[in-house]
Design a protein around this ligand. Structure first.
Ligand code: ARG
Length: 473
Protein backbone atom coordinates (compact mmCIF):
# COMPACT_ATOMS: atom_id res chain seq x y z
CA UNK A 1 0.00 0.00 0.00
CA UNK A 2 1.23 3.48 -0.80
CA UNK A 3 1.58 6.05 2.00
CA UNK A 4 -1.39 7.92 0.59
CA UNK A 5 -3.73 4.94 0.49
CA UNK A 6 -2.68 3.81 3.97
CA UNK A 7 -3.66 7.23 5.29
CA UNK A 8 -7.03 7.11 3.54
CA UNK A 9 -7.70 3.59 4.87
CA UNK A 10 -7.19 4.88 8.41
CA UNK A 11 -9.59 7.80 8.06
CA UNK A 12 -12.36 5.98 6.23
CA UNK A 13 -14.85 3.35 7.28
CA UNK A 14 -14.09 0.10 5.41
CA UNK A 15 -16.93 0.67 2.97
CA UNK A 16 -15.14 3.81 1.65
CA UNK A 17 -11.62 2.54 1.78
CA UNK A 18 -9.62 2.96 -1.44
CA UNK A 19 -12.27 4.53 -3.61
CA UNK A 20 -12.84 7.65 -1.49
CA UNK A 21 -10.50 10.47 -0.64
CA UNK A 22 -11.94 10.99 2.83
CA UNK A 23 -14.69 10.08 5.30
CA UNK A 24 -18.28 11.29 4.94
CA UNK A 25 -19.29 14.77 6.11
CA UNK A 26 -20.48 14.73 9.72
CA UNK A 27 -24.10 15.43 8.84
CA UNK A 28 -24.02 12.69 6.20
CA UNK A 29 -22.67 10.21 8.70
CA UNK A 30 -25.40 11.19 11.13
CA UNK A 31 -28.12 10.92 8.52
CA UNK A 32 -27.05 7.55 7.16
CA UNK A 33 -26.01 5.68 10.31
CA UNK A 34 -28.07 2.78 11.57
CA UNK A 35 -25.97 1.69 14.52
CA UNK A 36 -28.26 3.58 16.88
CA UNK A 37 -30.89 0.93 16.24
CA UNK A 38 -29.35 -2.02 14.39
CA UNK A 39 -26.91 -2.73 17.24
CA UNK A 40 -29.73 -5.00 18.40
CA UNK A 41 -28.76 -7.45 15.69
CA UNK A 42 -25.31 -8.03 17.22
CA UNK A 43 -25.86 -11.56 18.47
CA UNK A 44 -27.20 -12.73 15.15
CA UNK A 45 -24.55 -10.83 13.22
CA UNK A 46 -21.89 -12.68 15.19
CA UNK A 47 -23.57 -16.06 14.70
CA UNK A 48 -23.81 -15.41 10.96
CA UNK A 49 -20.15 -14.41 10.80
CA UNK A 50 -19.06 -17.51 12.68
CA UNK A 51 -20.95 -19.76 10.26
CA UNK A 52 -19.58 -17.85 7.27
CA UNK A 53 -16.03 -18.17 8.63
CA UNK A 54 -16.44 -21.90 9.19
CA UNK A 55 -17.68 -22.29 5.62
CA UNK A 56 -14.76 -20.22 4.28
CA UNK A 57 -12.47 -22.63 6.11
CA UNK A 58 -14.22 -25.68 4.63
CA UNK A 59 -13.72 -24.33 1.11
CA UNK A 60 -10.07 -23.53 1.75
CA UNK A 61 -10.14 -19.74 2.08
CA UNK A 62 -9.42 -19.59 5.81
CA UNK A 63 -6.92 -21.84 7.58
CA UNK A 64 -7.89 -23.72 10.71
CA UNK A 65 -5.89 -21.25 12.81
CA UNK A 66 -7.55 -18.30 11.11
CA UNK A 67 -11.08 -19.55 11.64
CA UNK A 68 -10.29 -20.33 15.26
CA UNK A 69 -8.90 -16.86 15.83
CA UNK A 70 -11.93 -15.28 14.16
CA UNK A 71 -14.42 -17.28 16.22
CA UNK A 72 -12.51 -16.53 19.41
CA UNK A 73 -12.37 -12.84 18.52
CA UNK A 74 -16.09 -12.71 17.73
CA UNK A 75 -16.86 -14.52 20.93
CA UNK A 76 -14.89 -12.00 22.98
CA UNK A 77 -16.61 -9.10 21.21
CA UNK A 78 -19.98 -10.73 21.88
CA UNK A 79 -19.20 -11.00 25.58
CA UNK A 80 -18.19 -7.36 25.73
CA UNK A 81 -21.37 -6.28 23.98
CA UNK A 82 -23.49 -8.40 26.32
CA UNK A 83 -21.73 -6.83 29.31
CA UNK A 84 -22.33 -3.34 27.92
CA UNK A 85 -18.59 -2.75 27.57
CA UNK A 86 -18.39 -2.40 23.81
CA UNK A 87 -18.19 1.06 22.29
CA UNK A 88 -20.33 1.45 19.19
CA UNK A 89 -18.94 3.94 16.71
CA UNK A 90 -21.48 5.85 14.64
CA UNK A 91 -18.81 6.66 12.05
CA UNK A 92 -18.75 2.93 11.27
CA UNK A 93 -22.38 3.20 10.16
CA UNK A 94 -23.88 -0.07 11.30
CA UNK A 95 -23.60 -3.16 13.44
CA UNK A 96 -21.92 -5.15 10.67
CA UNK A 97 -19.03 -2.75 10.19
CA UNK A 98 -18.62 -2.04 13.89
CA UNK A 99 -18.12 -5.69 14.66
CA UNK A 100 -15.99 -6.48 11.62
CA UNK A 101 -13.74 -3.51 12.15
CA UNK A 102 -13.19 -4.31 15.83
CA UNK A 103 -12.51 -7.94 14.96
CA UNK A 104 -9.95 -7.00 12.33
CA UNK A 105 -8.19 -4.76 14.84
CA UNK A 106 -7.80 -7.72 17.16
CA UNK A 107 -7.44 -10.57 14.67
CA UNK A 108 -5.65 -9.93 11.36
CA UNK A 109 -7.58 -12.75 9.67
CA UNK A 110 -10.72 -10.68 10.33
CA UNK A 111 -9.86 -8.92 7.08
CA UNK A 112 -10.75 -12.15 5.25
CA UNK A 113 -14.15 -12.54 6.90
CA UNK A 114 -16.03 -10.46 4.38
CA UNK A 115 -14.88 -12.67 1.50
CA UNK A 116 -17.83 -13.29 -0.85
CA UNK A 117 -20.17 -11.48 1.52
CA UNK A 118 -21.85 -8.12 1.29
CA UNK A 119 -23.69 -6.19 3.93
CA UNK A 120 -26.66 -6.69 1.66
CA UNK A 121 -26.87 -10.44 2.23
CA UNK A 122 -25.49 -10.02 5.75
CA UNK A 123 -28.27 -7.71 6.90
CA UNK A 124 -30.91 -9.92 5.26
CA UNK A 125 -29.43 -12.86 7.14
CA UNK A 126 -29.26 -11.04 10.48
CA UNK A 127 -32.84 -9.90 10.24
CA UNK A 128 -34.08 -13.39 9.44
CA UNK A 129 -32.09 -14.87 12.33
CA UNK A 130 -33.36 -12.17 14.69
CA UNK A 131 -36.96 -12.51 13.58
CA UNK A 132 -36.87 -16.28 13.92
CA UNK A 133 -36.04 -15.87 17.61
CA UNK A 134 -38.64 -13.15 18.03
CA UNK A 135 -41.34 -15.37 16.55
CA UNK A 136 -40.43 -18.16 18.95
CA UNK A 137 -40.58 -15.70 21.85
CA UNK A 138 -43.89 -14.27 20.72
CA UNK A 139 -45.43 -17.71 20.29
CA UNK A 140 -44.50 -18.39 23.91
CA UNK A 141 -46.17 -15.17 25.07
CA UNK A 142 -49.35 -15.93 23.13
CA UNK A 143 -49.53 -19.42 24.61
CA UNK A 144 -49.13 -17.76 28.03
CA UNK A 145 -52.09 -15.48 27.37
CA UNK A 146 -54.15 -18.41 26.12
CA UNK A 147 -53.36 -20.34 29.30
CA UNK A 148 -54.43 -17.43 31.50
CA UNK A 149 -57.71 -17.12 29.58
CA UNK A 150 -58.42 -20.83 29.98
CA UNK A 151 -57.53 -20.72 33.69
CA UNK A 152 -59.80 -17.70 34.26
CA UNK A 153 -62.60 -19.57 32.48
CA UNK A 154 -62.01 -22.70 34.57
CA UNK A 155 -61.96 -20.79 37.86
CA UNK A 156 -65.26 -19.19 36.96
CA UNK A 157 -66.77 -22.11 35.09
CA UNK A 158 -70.26 -21.62 36.58
CA UNK A 159 -70.47 -17.95 35.66
CA UNK A 160 -73.00 -17.00 33.01
CA UNK A 161 -73.17 -13.57 31.38
CA UNK A 162 -75.29 -12.08 28.64
CA UNK A 163 -73.72 -12.42 25.22
CA UNK A 164 -74.09 -9.24 23.15
CA UNK A 165 -74.71 -8.37 19.54
CA UNK A 166 -74.91 -4.68 18.55
CA UNK A 167 -73.95 -4.07 22.20
CA UNK A 168 -77.47 -5.21 23.11
CA UNK A 169 -78.09 -8.20 25.35
CA UNK A 170 -78.66 -11.18 23.08
CA UNK A 171 -78.38 -14.67 24.59
CA UNK A 172 -76.76 -16.12 27.70
CA UNK A 173 -73.26 -17.57 27.43
CA UNK A 174 -70.80 -18.95 29.92
CA UNK A 175 -68.16 -16.38 30.81
CA UNK A 176 -65.63 -19.08 29.87
CA UNK A 177 -67.18 -19.36 26.41
CA UNK A 178 -66.56 -15.67 25.85
CA UNK A 179 -62.93 -16.03 26.94
CA UNK A 180 -62.43 -19.11 24.77
CA UNK A 181 -63.44 -17.07 21.72
CA UNK A 182 -60.19 -15.14 22.28
CA UNK A 183 -58.25 -18.37 22.74
CA UNK A 184 -59.46 -19.42 19.28
CA UNK A 185 -58.41 -16.07 17.75
CA UNK A 186 -54.99 -16.29 19.37
CA UNK A 187 -54.57 -19.83 18.07
CA UNK A 188 -55.08 -18.58 14.51
CA UNK A 189 -52.43 -15.94 15.22
CA UNK A 190 -50.04 -18.73 16.21
CA UNK A 191 -50.80 -20.66 13.04
CA UNK A 192 -50.10 -17.57 10.96
CA UNK A 193 -46.87 -16.95 12.85
CA UNK A 194 -45.69 -20.49 12.13
CA UNK A 195 -46.58 -20.06 8.49
CA UNK A 196 -44.64 -16.79 8.42
CA UNK A 197 -41.75 -18.55 10.17
CA UNK A 198 -41.45 -21.04 7.31
CA UNK A 199 -40.58 -18.17 4.96
CA UNK A 200 -38.38 -16.34 7.48
CA UNK A 201 -36.43 -19.55 7.93
CA UNK A 202 -34.58 -19.38 4.59
CA UNK A 203 -30.90 -18.50 4.39
CA UNK A 204 -29.97 -15.61 2.06
CA UNK A 205 -26.21 -15.66 2.78
CA UNK A 206 -24.23 -16.28 -0.40
CA UNK A 207 -26.33 -13.83 -2.40
CA UNK A 208 -23.44 -11.36 -2.06
CA UNK A 209 -24.23 -7.78 -2.99
CA UNK A 210 -26.60 -8.89 -5.77
CA UNK A 211 -24.96 -11.61 -7.86
CA UNK A 212 -23.57 -14.26 -5.55
CA UNK A 213 -19.85 -14.94 -5.89
CA UNK A 214 -17.28 -16.46 -8.20
CA UNK A 215 -15.94 -18.34 -5.17
CA UNK A 216 -17.31 -21.85 -4.54
CA UNK A 217 -19.34 -21.04 -1.42
CA UNK A 218 -21.05 -23.92 0.34
CA UNK A 219 -24.42 -22.34 0.99
CA UNK A 220 -25.96 -25.56 2.29
CA UNK A 221 -23.32 -25.79 4.98
CA UNK A 222 -24.00 -22.23 6.16
CA UNK A 223 -27.74 -22.92 6.17
CA UNK A 224 -27.24 -26.07 8.24
CA UNK A 225 -24.86 -24.36 10.66
CA UNK A 226 -27.46 -21.65 11.27
CA UNK A 227 -30.33 -24.09 11.53
CA UNK A 228 -32.07 -22.91 8.37
CA UNK A 229 -33.59 -26.33 7.82
CA UNK A 230 -37.08 -27.70 7.26
CA UNK A 231 -38.73 -30.33 9.45
CA UNK A 232 -36.87 -33.06 7.54
CA UNK A 233 -33.54 -31.30 8.21
CA UNK A 234 -33.10 -30.15 4.60
CA UNK A 235 -31.28 -26.81 4.22
CA UNK A 236 -33.49 -23.91 3.23
CA UNK A 237 -31.67 -21.48 0.90
CA UNK A 238 -32.87 -18.53 -1.17
CA UNK A 239 -32.82 -19.49 -4.86
CA UNK A 240 -32.23 -16.11 -6.49
CA UNK A 241 -29.42 -13.80 -5.42
CA UNK A 242 -31.31 -10.65 -6.42
CA UNK A 243 -34.39 -11.69 -4.49
CA UNK A 244 -32.14 -12.81 -1.62
CA UNK A 245 -30.85 -9.29 -0.96
CA UNK A 246 -33.95 -7.27 -1.74
CA UNK A 247 -36.72 -9.40 -0.27
CA UNK A 248 -38.38 -8.04 2.85
CA UNK A 249 -41.65 -9.93 2.41
CA UNK A 250 -40.85 -11.88 5.54
CA UNK A 251 -40.81 -8.63 7.56
CA UNK A 252 -44.08 -7.47 5.98
CA UNK A 253 -45.68 -10.82 6.70
CA UNK A 254 -44.62 -10.69 10.32
CA UNK A 255 -45.90 -7.13 10.72
CA UNK A 256 -49.17 -8.12 9.09
CA UNK A 257 -49.65 -11.16 11.32
CA UNK A 258 -48.71 -8.97 14.29
CA UNK A 259 -51.28 -6.35 13.22
CA UNK A 260 -54.06 -8.93 13.34
CA UNK A 261 -52.79 -10.19 16.68
CA UNK A 262 -52.89 -6.59 17.90
CA UNK A 263 -56.50 -6.37 16.72
CA UNK A 264 -57.39 -9.42 18.78
CA UNK A 265 -55.66 -8.14 21.91
CA UNK A 266 -57.32 -4.77 21.36
CA UNK A 267 -60.77 -6.33 21.14
CA UNK A 268 -60.13 -8.31 24.30
CA UNK A 269 -58.97 -5.10 25.97
CA UNK A 270 -62.13 -3.34 24.93
CA UNK A 271 -64.25 -6.08 26.51
CA UNK A 272 -62.21 -5.88 29.70
CA UNK A 273 -62.54 -2.09 29.83
CA UNK A 274 -66.31 -2.39 29.50
CA UNK A 275 -66.55 -5.18 32.04
CA UNK A 276 -64.45 -3.24 34.54
CA UNK A 277 -66.77 -0.20 34.37
CA UNK A 278 -69.51 0.22 36.97
CA UNK A 279 -72.22 -0.16 34.32
CA UNK A 280 -71.15 -3.79 33.82
CA UNK A 281 -69.09 -4.46 36.93
CA UNK A 282 -68.36 -8.02 35.73
CA UNK A 283 -64.68 -7.95 36.67
CA UNK A 284 -62.33 -6.33 39.13
CA UNK A 285 -58.74 -5.77 38.03
CA UNK A 286 -56.29 -5.87 40.94
CA UNK A 287 -54.98 -2.52 42.16
CA UNK A 288 -51.44 -3.33 41.03
CA UNK A 289 -52.70 -3.58 37.45
CA UNK A 290 -54.76 -0.40 37.41
CA UNK A 291 -53.89 3.26 37.69
CA UNK A 292 -55.38 6.21 39.53
CA UNK A 293 -56.49 9.65 38.42
CA UNK A 294 -54.41 12.68 39.31
CA UNK A 295 -57.60 14.59 40.11
CA UNK A 296 -60.44 12.23 40.95
CA UNK A 297 -59.62 10.28 44.11
CA UNK A 298 -62.24 7.58 43.52
CA UNK A 299 -60.89 6.51 40.12
CA UNK A 300 -59.29 3.18 39.30
CA UNK A 301 -58.57 3.08 35.61
CA UNK A 302 -57.90 0.13 33.31
CA UNK A 303 -54.92 1.86 31.67
CA UNK A 304 -53.13 -1.36 30.71
CA UNK A 305 -56.08 -2.46 28.61
CA UNK A 306 -56.43 1.03 27.15
CA UNK A 307 -52.76 1.15 26.16
CA UNK A 308 -53.02 -2.34 24.71
CA UNK A 309 -55.89 -1.04 22.60
CA UNK A 310 -54.06 2.18 21.79
CA UNK A 311 -50.80 0.55 20.74
CA UNK A 312 -52.63 -1.14 17.90
CA UNK A 313 -52.22 2.17 16.05
CA UNK A 314 -48.44 1.98 15.86
CA UNK A 315 -48.53 -1.69 14.91
CA UNK A 316 -50.82 -0.86 11.96
CA UNK A 317 -48.60 2.11 11.13
CA UNK A 318 -45.48 -0.05 11.03
CA UNK A 319 -47.11 -2.39 8.53
CA UNK A 320 -48.14 0.53 6.35
CA UNK A 321 -44.62 2.00 6.56
CA UNK A 322 -43.04 -1.23 5.38
CA UNK A 323 -45.46 -1.66 2.50
CA UNK A 324 -44.86 1.93 1.43
CA UNK A 325 -41.10 1.48 1.77
CA UNK A 326 -41.11 -1.43 -0.66
CA UNK A 327 -43.73 -0.26 -3.10
CA UNK A 328 -41.63 1.69 -5.61
CA UNK A 329 -38.28 0.11 -4.89
CA UNK A 330 -36.31 -1.00 -7.93
CA UNK A 331 -34.24 -4.17 -7.71
CA UNK A 332 -32.20 -4.88 -5.69
CA UNK A 333 -30.77 -3.52 -2.43
CA UNK A 334 -31.38 0.18 -1.96
CA UNK A 335 -30.52 2.07 1.17
CA UNK A 336 -34.20 2.72 1.72
CA UNK A 337 -34.26 -0.80 3.13
CA UNK A 338 -32.40 0.39 6.21
CA UNK A 339 -35.72 1.95 7.23
CA UNK A 340 -37.24 -1.51 7.69
CA UNK A 341 -35.57 -2.26 10.99
CA UNK A 342 -37.10 0.25 13.37
CA UNK A 343 -40.57 -0.61 12.11
CA UNK A 344 -39.97 -4.32 12.50
CA UNK A 345 -38.36 -3.93 15.93
CA UNK A 346 -41.16 -1.70 17.15
CA UNK A 347 -43.85 -4.13 16.06
CA UNK A 348 -42.08 -7.10 17.62
CA UNK A 349 -41.46 -5.23 20.89
CA UNK A 350 -44.96 -3.80 21.05
CA UNK A 351 -46.94 -6.98 20.46
CA UNK A 352 -44.70 -9.04 22.68
CA UNK A 353 -44.86 -6.71 25.67
CA UNK A 354 -48.58 -6.11 25.17
CA UNK A 355 -49.48 -9.79 25.09
CA UNK A 356 -47.37 -10.37 28.18
CA UNK A 357 -48.83 -7.52 30.27
CA UNK A 358 -52.43 -8.31 29.30
CA UNK A 359 -51.84 -11.91 30.44
CA UNK A 360 -50.39 -10.66 33.74
CA UNK A 361 -53.35 -8.33 34.22
CA UNK A 362 -55.83 -11.16 33.60
CA UNK A 363 -53.99 -13.28 36.14
CA UNK A 364 -54.83 -10.53 38.62
CA UNK A 365 -58.45 -10.11 37.67
CA UNK A 366 -61.40 -11.37 39.69
CA UNK A 367 -64.88 -12.03 38.37
CA UNK A 368 -67.86 -10.52 40.13
CA UNK A 369 -70.22 -13.51 40.21
CA UNK A 370 -73.15 -11.59 41.67
CA UNK A 371 -73.12 -8.86 39.00
CA UNK A 372 -72.80 -11.45 36.24
CA UNK A 373 -75.69 -13.48 37.68
CA UNK A 374 -77.91 -10.40 37.90
CA UNK A 375 -77.20 -9.52 34.27
CA UNK A 376 -77.58 -13.09 33.04
CA UNK A 377 -80.94 -13.71 34.73
CA UNK A 378 -82.67 -11.23 32.41
CA UNK A 379 -85.37 -13.55 30.97
CA UNK A 380 -85.39 -11.63 27.67
CA UNK A 381 -82.11 -13.42 26.93
CA UNK A 382 -84.17 -16.59 26.53
CA UNK A 383 -86.71 -15.23 24.06
CA UNK A 384 -85.09 -17.30 21.31
CA UNK A 385 -85.39 -20.39 23.51
CA UNK A 386 -89.11 -19.68 23.75
CA UNK A 387 -89.30 -19.61 19.95
CA UNK A 388 -87.39 -22.94 19.87
CA UNK A 389 -90.01 -24.29 22.30
CA UNK A 390 -92.74 -23.49 19.77
CA UNK A 391 -90.65 -25.01 16.95
CA UNK A 392 -90.50 -28.22 18.97
CA UNK A 393 -94.32 -28.10 18.99
CA UNK A 394 -94.13 -28.10 15.20
CA UNK A 395 -94.65 -24.38 14.61
CA UNK A 396 -92.66 -22.96 11.64
CA UNK A 397 -89.81 -20.82 12.98
CA UNK A 398 -90.95 -17.63 11.22
CA UNK A 399 -94.33 -17.94 12.92
CA UNK A 400 -92.69 -18.76 16.27
CA UNK A 401 -90.50 -15.64 15.92
CA UNK A 402 -93.64 -13.57 15.34
CA UNK A 403 -95.51 -15.11 18.29
CA UNK A 404 -92.63 -14.57 20.72
CA UNK A 405 -92.32 -11.00 19.41
CA UNK A 406 -95.97 -10.50 20.39
CA UNK A 407 -95.28 -12.08 23.82
CA UNK A 408 -92.40 -9.62 24.35
CA UNK A 409 -94.72 -6.73 23.39
CA UNK A 410 -97.35 -7.99 25.84
CA UNK A 411 -94.75 -8.18 28.62
CA UNK A 412 -93.71 -4.63 27.85
CA UNK A 413 -97.33 -3.39 27.88
CA UNK A 414 -98.10 -5.10 31.20
CA UNK A 415 -94.82 -3.98 32.73
CA UNK A 416 -93.80 -7.56 33.46
CA UNK A 417 -90.66 -9.50 32.84
CA UNK A 418 -91.06 -12.25 30.22
CA UNK A 419 -90.95 -15.00 32.82
CA UNK A 420 -93.66 -13.34 34.92
CA UNK A 421 -96.36 -13.74 32.30
CA UNK A 422 -98.95 -16.30 33.32
CA UNK A 423 -99.79 -19.29 31.16
CA UNK A 424 -103.14 -17.63 30.41
CA UNK A 425 -101.35 -14.52 29.18
CA UNK A 426 -99.03 -16.61 26.98
CA UNK A 427 -102.01 -18.50 25.60
CA UNK A 428 -103.77 -15.23 24.88
CA UNK A 429 -101.06 -14.72 22.26
CA UNK A 430 -101.00 -18.33 21.01
CA UNK A 431 -102.71 -21.51 22.13
CA UNK A 432 -99.63 -23.61 21.38
CA UNK A 433 -98.07 -22.59 24.71
CA UNK A 434 -98.52 -25.40 27.22
CA UNK A 435 -97.94 -25.86 30.95
CA UNK A 436 -94.28 -26.56 30.29
CA UNK A 437 -93.71 -23.16 28.60
CA UNK A 438 -92.56 -21.22 31.74
CA UNK A 439 -89.87 -23.92 32.22
CA UNK A 440 -88.05 -22.37 29.26
CA UNK A 441 -86.93 -19.55 31.56
CA UNK A 442 -84.90 -21.81 33.82
CA UNK A 443 -81.41 -20.58 33.01
CA UNK A 444 -79.67 -23.74 34.18
CA UNK A 445 -81.84 -25.95 31.97
CA UNK A 446 -81.41 -23.50 29.13
CA UNK A 447 -77.62 -23.70 29.37
CA UNK A 448 -77.83 -27.47 29.63
CA UNK A 449 -79.61 -27.73 26.33
CA UNK A 450 -77.05 -26.00 24.11
CA UNK A 451 -75.05 -29.02 23.31
CA UNK A 452 -73.99 -28.76 19.71
CA UNK A 453 -70.33 -28.31 18.85
CA UNK A 454 -69.21 -24.74 19.44
CA UNK A 455 -72.29 -23.75 21.46
CA UNK A 456 -72.07 -22.19 24.92
CA UNK A 457 -73.81 -25.14 26.64
CA UNK A 458 -72.76 -26.53 30.01
CA UNK A 459 -71.26 -29.75 28.67
CA UNK A 460 -69.78 -28.26 25.53
CA UNK A 461 -67.99 -25.43 27.34
CA UNK A 462 -66.55 -27.90 29.85
CA UNK A 463 -65.36 -30.01 26.92
CA UNK A 464 -63.77 -27.02 25.21
CA UNK A 465 -62.05 -25.92 28.41
CA UNK A 466 -60.63 -29.42 28.81
CA UNK A 467 -59.56 -29.51 25.15
CA UNK A 468 -57.67 -26.23 25.48
CA UNK A 469 -56.16 -27.15 28.83
CA UNK A 470 -54.71 -30.26 27.15
CA UNK A 471 -53.57 -28.47 24.01
CA UNK A 472 -51.81 -25.77 25.98
CA UNK A 473 -50.13 -28.00 28.56
N1 ARG B 1 -27.21 -0.67 7.49
C1 ARG B 1 -27.61 -1.22 6.24
C2 ARG B 1 -29.09 -1.63 6.29
O1 ARG B 1 -29.58 -1.72 7.35
C3 ARG B 1 -26.78 -2.42 5.92
C4 ARG B 1 -26.65 -2.68 4.47
C5 ARG B 1 -25.90 -1.60 3.84
N2 ARG B 1 -25.54 -1.95 2.51
C6 ARG B 1 -25.03 -1.05 1.66
N3 ARG B 1 -24.70 -1.47 0.50
N4 ARG B 1 -24.95 0.20 1.98
O2 ARG B 1 -29.74 -1.82 5.29
Amino acid sequence: MSKQSKKSARKNPVSRSGRFSGGPAADVAQFTESISFDWRLWKHDILGSMAHAEMLHQIGILSKAEVRAIVRGLDAIGQEIAAGKFTWKPELEDVHMNIESELTKRVPAGAKLHTARSRNDQVALDMRLWLRDEITGLLGEIAGLQRVLVALGEHNSEVIIPGYTHMQRAQPVYFAHHLLAYVEMLERDCERLWDCHSRVNICPLGSGAIAGSTLPLDRSLVAKLLDFVDVAGRPQITQNSMDGVSDRDFAVEFCSVAALLAVHVSRLSEDLILWAGSEFNFIKIADAYTTGSSLMPQKKNPDIAELARGKTGRVFGNLMSLLTLLKGLPMTYNRDLQEDKERLFDTADTVRSTVRIVAAMLEHTAVNHAACATAACDPALLATDLADYLVRKNMPFRQAHHVVGAVVALAEQTGKALNQLTLAELQSVDKTFGKDAPGVFNLKTAMGSRNIIGAPGTKEVAKQLARWRKLLS
